[in-house]
Design a protein around this ligand. Structure first.
Ligand code: NAD
Ligand code: TYD
Length: 377
C-alpha cells in the first residue's frame, strides 16, 4: 500500500486525541517544546480513569488559550468530533485515544470495542467529511505491535507480518488499523499508521508493569510477576516514540505503515529487578519508612517480587524491526534503556503527588478548579 502522495510538511492545527493520557501528554509537550512547530494543538480527551490533565499542567500554564486548547469529548460522540474538526480548522490528527490496558480488556472487553473501533471510525468519518478530498492534511493513527501476535525465541515483527491479535485489546487495535487503511484505499483520506512497542517514561498510568512496580516497591507492596517472568517486551522510551510520530506526521508517505521499536528486548523479571536496583541506589529500602511500615521484614526491594498466575493468552515475546522508519525517515532511538529507566524511576520518586492524584481521583478537583465544573462530568 503506497502511492507516495503528498507529505504534510507543516501542519498548523493538530488534533491530538487522548492527549491527557500517557503518550498523548508526552507528545503534546514534545510537539510544543521541542520541534519548532508553531501552530496550535487541540487535546481532545474524554478523561477516562487513564486521562489526567495534571499531566499537562506546565503545558497549560505556558501555552493554554494561545497554542494549547483542551476539549473534553468522547471519540464515540460523532457530532462533537466533527464540530471540533470544523471549529479549530484541524489539518492534522494524531490519534492516541484508546482503552490501552490488556488486563482490563480481559476483564471487560466491551469498552475496548466502542472506543478503539467505533471511536476510530468516528474520527475517520469526521476527517473524510470535513476534509473532503484535501491532500494537504494528514491523519496519523497510533497502533501497537501487539496486533502482530506473539513471537517465539527468534524473529521480528515487520510491517508485512500478518496480523494475529490474541487479546481483546490487540484485536480492537487491529480492527482500528484496518479501518484506517480502508479509509485510505476507499476514500483517499491521507493516513499514516505506526505500530509501536511497549513505551515507558513519565506520566504512565500505574497499572502498566514499570510504573506499577516502582510505586508498589516504594509502598512495600508485592511486585506481581506473571507466569515465569520470562515473557519479553521491546522497551521504547516515550520521547523516542514522540519523535518518531512527529517525523511520520511530517514526512511519512501517505498510506504507509511504520513500525517503531526500542530495539531493547527485556524479560519482565529483569525489568522488575532492574527497577529494584535503581530504587536501592536512589532511595534504599532501609531508609524507606513507608516500606518498613507495610513490610517490616523486607530488607531489599527485590524481596517484594511475587510470582503470580499468568495472564490468559499472555503473548510470549515482542520484538520490532524498525529498519523502514530508520531508512526512510532517518529516525532512530536516542535514549539508552539504562539511562531512561533510571530517569523514569527518578521521575516517579519526584512526582509522588501526580501518582497520588491519578490513583485517588483527587485530580478531578484540580480540573474542576482550572477548567470549570462543566468539564468534570
Ligand atoms: P493511556 O491509557 O495512558 O491514555 C489513553 C487516553 O485516551 C486517556 O487520556 C483517556 O482519557 C483517553 N480516552 C480513552 N477513551 C476515550 C474516548 N472514548 N474518547 C476520548 N478519549 C478517550 O494510553 P497510552 O499508553 O498513552 O497509549 C496511547 C495510544 O498508544 C493508544 O492508542 C495505545 O493503543 C497506543 N500504544 C501504547 C503503547 C504503550 O506502551 N503504552 C504501545 C503501543 C501503542
Ligand atoms: P503491560 O505493562 O501491561 O504491557 P503489555 O501487556 O501491553 O505488554 O505488561 C508488560 C509485561 O509485563 C507483560 O508481559 C505482562 C507483564 N506484567 C507482569 O508480569 N506483572 C504486572 O503486574 C503487569 C501489569 C504486567
Amino acid at each position: 500500500m503506497s502511492n507516495g502522495a503528498s507529505a504534510l510538511s507543516g501542519p498548523s492545527v493538530v488534533l491530538v486525541t487522548g492527549g491527557a493520557g500517557f503518550i498523548g501528554s508526552n507528545f503534546i509537550r514534545y510537539l510544543l517544546e521541542k520541534t519548532g512547530f508553531e501552530g496550535r494543538v487541540i487535546n481532545y480527551d474524554s478523561l477516562t480513569y487513564a486521562g489526567n490533565l495534571m499531566s499537562l499542567r506546565d503545558v497549560d500554564e505556558r501555552f493554554g488559550g494561545s497554542r494549547y486548547f483542551f476539549e473534553k469529548g468522547d471519540i464515540c460522540d460523532y457530532k462533537k468530533v466533527e464540530e471540533t474538526f470544523r471549529r479549530y480548522e484541524v489539518d492534522a490528527v494524531v490519534h492516541f485515544a484508546a482503552e490501552s490496558h490488556v488486563d482490563r480488556s480481559i476483564h471487560g472487553p466491551k469498552v475496548f470495542i466502542s472506543t478503539n473501533v467505533t471511536g476510530t471510525f468516528n474520527l475517520l468519518e469526521a476527517a473524510r467529511n470535513s476534509w473532503g478530498g484535501r491532500k494537504d492534511v494528514k491523519f496519523h493513527h497510533v497502533g501497537t505491535d501487539e496486533v502482530y501476535g506473539s513471537l517465539g525465541e527468534s524473529g521480528y515483527f515487520y510491517e508485512t507480518t500478518p496480523y494475529s491479535p490474541r487479546s481483546p485489546y490487540s484485536a480492537s487495535k487491529a480492527a482500528s488499523d484496518h479501518l484506517v487503511r480502508a479509509y485510505f484505499h476507499t476514500y483517499g483520506v491521507p493516513v499514516t499508521i505506526s505500530n509501536c512497542s511497549n513505551n515507558y517514561g513519565p506520566y504512565q498510568f500505574p497499572e502498566k508493569l514499570i510504573p506499577l512496580s516502582v510505586l508498589n516497591a516504594l509502598e512495600g507492596k508485592p511486585l506481581p510477576v506473571y507466569g515465569d517472568g520470562r515473557n519479553v517486551r521491546d522497551w521504547l522510551y516515550v520521547d523516542d516514540h514522540c519523535a518518531a510520530v512527529w517525523q511520520i506526521l511530517k514526512q511519512g508517505r501517505v498510506g504507509e505503515t511504520y513500525n517503531i521499536g526500542g530495539e531493547c528486548e527485556q524479560q519482565n523479571l529483569d525489568v522488575v529487578n532492574g527497577i529494584c536496583e535503581i530504587l536501592e541506589e536512589l532511595y534504599p529500602a532501609k531508609d524507606n519508612r513507608e516500606l518498613k511500615k507495610s513490610a517490616p521484614a523486607v530488607r531489599r526491594y527485590s524481596e517484594l517480587v511475587k510470582f503470580v498466575g499468568d495472564r490468559p493468552g499472555h503473548d510470549r515475546r515482542y520484538a520490532v524491526n524498525c529498519d523502514k522508519i530508520k531508512n526512510e525517515l532517518g529516525w532512530s532511538r536516542a535514549c539508552s534503556y539504562e539511562a531512561a529507566l533510571k530517569h523514569t524511576v527518578q521521575w516517579y520518586l519526584q512526582n509522588m503527588e501526580w501518582a497520588e492524584s491519578i490513583r485517588s481521583g483527587e485530580y478531578l478537583k484540580w480540573i474542576g478548579k482550572n477548567y470549570g465544573a462543566r468539564d468534570v462530568t
